[in-house]
Design a protein around this ligand. Structure first.
Ligand SMILES: Nc1ncnc2c1ncn2[C@@H]1O[C@H](COP(=O)(O)OP(=O)(O)O)[C@@H](O)[C@H]1O
Ligand SMILES: [Mg+2]
Length: 349
């Protein structure tokens, strides 16, 4: 019988849900390796274990350990993305060296957690993605690259960000500029995540935000005009398990940022499917399978998929290595089933 293990934050519902799903399928209770312990030199799963690596996020102490001792962050502060990424790379190496069978291969996790590398991987595979600017390091560089490309509307994303943290939807028109983002500039001049998306129209503030985010790495894409319903733009989170798109959540927003924790609403999948039409919907789902084929040994990938206004085209905004938590949907049970019935082995070959 397969022995399951999880590296995760034991207090987190992800770990609890996975453990419960394993139990329901008749597996022995998975061994849980707490990120905190693993990151402070504790044991990692050994040979014979089939290992789920879960998100190290949502735990301030774990995030601090990932970033390394040098950097302190205040609650909600956006800082240290590049250091956290380096830390993740090191610890994934150590987990791999333990000899377990990893359901999230480190090489895949690292590509997905770097939006520049992930975009390049998808583009190379012929998957539709918004066009991207060449590397940009600060606001002046951003504006110069936009001018060179002839683009007036872009999405600026921290290379190692998630949950819309640090993302700016930015539009320029002649002398005017506008950015929509959940970033807040604190009284201390640092950047913080806010749950409210706000609009900035002052170039000085927008430049300050981009300049502060720049050193941790930026990925800039052309603004893809998302399809919507009524007054809400939307995109899909598609969880692909063992190569098959299995679960879809529609995320709708009155702002260009659809991430659900920003107070956005889930939309109705059947309504969106009907609006898109069967052909466009099937094409989008095929794209999600193609994305998974770029990461064949990852048991699951979470694809953020945007339809273009008019529904005739679509593009992938990003791929999430830890994107399988969808409240109210039994994604974990489905993953366990794919493990148990050999579908994972078949596609990971
Ligand atoms: N090029 C783009 N054009 C339009 N909207 C985008 C683009 N890229 C991302 N978005 C939107 O921005 C939000 C966050 O994007 P995403 O790339 O998924 O980053 P994160 O890791 O922060 O979730 C999503 O609502 C997505 O639909
Ligand atoms: Mg996303």
């Amino acid at each position: 019988m397969m022995r399951l293990a999880v590296v995760g934050n034991p207090a987190n519902r992800r770990v609890k849900l996975f453990t419960a799903a394993a139990g329901r399928a008749g597996f022995k209770e998975p061994d849980v390796y707490a990120w905190r312990d693993v990151l402070t030199g504790g044991p990692v799963p050994g040979p014979g274990a089939t290992v789920r690596i879960d998100s190290p996020g949502e735990d301030a102490e774990v995030e601090r350990l990932l970033r390394g001792a040098g950097e302190t962050a205040l609650p909600g502060e956006i800082v240290g993305g590049a250091d956290a990424y380096d830390g993740l790379e090191k610890i994934l190496d150590r987990i791999a060296a333990g000899g377990g069978r990893l359901l999230n291969p480190p090489a895949d996790v690292l590509v997905m957690n770097d939006k520049r590398r992930c975009h390049a991987r998808l583009a190379d595979a012929g998957i539709p993605v918004p066009a991207a600017l060449p590397p940009v390091g600060d606001y002046a560089g951003l504006r110069a690259a936009m001018r060179a490309a002839g683009w007036q509307r872009v999405f600026v994303k921290p290379a190692h960000g998630s949950s819309a943290s640090g993302v700016l939807a930015l539009a320029v028109a002649r002398s005017r500029i506008m950015a929509m983002t959940s970033v807040e500039i604190g009284d201390d001049g640092r950047l913080y995540n806010n749950l409210r998306v706000r609009r900035y129209e002052g170039e000085r503030q927008i430049a300050e935000i981009v300049d502060r985010l720049g050193p941790d790495g930026l990925h800039v894409e052309r603004w893809f005009p998302k399809a919507g319903l009524g007054d809400r733009a939307l995109d899909l989170r598609v969880v692909v398990i063992a190569g098959e798109p299995r679960h879809v959540v529609v995320r709708t927003s009155r702002t260009p940022l659809t991430n659900l924790h920003l107070g956005n609403a889930r939309g109705d999948v059947a309504t969106v499917r009907a609006a898109a039409g069967e052909k466009a919907w099937e094409a989008a789902m095929r794209t999600c399978s193609d994305v998974a084929r770029c990461f064949p040994r990852s048991l699951h990938v979470g694809v953020d998929l945007m339809f273009r206004a008019g529904w005739r085209a679509h593009a992938v905004a990003e791929v999430n290595a830890f994107g399988d938590l969808l409240t109210g949907i039994d994604t974990y049970g489905d993953e366990i089933a794919a493990l148990a019935d050999g579908r994972y082995d078949a596609c990971a070959r």
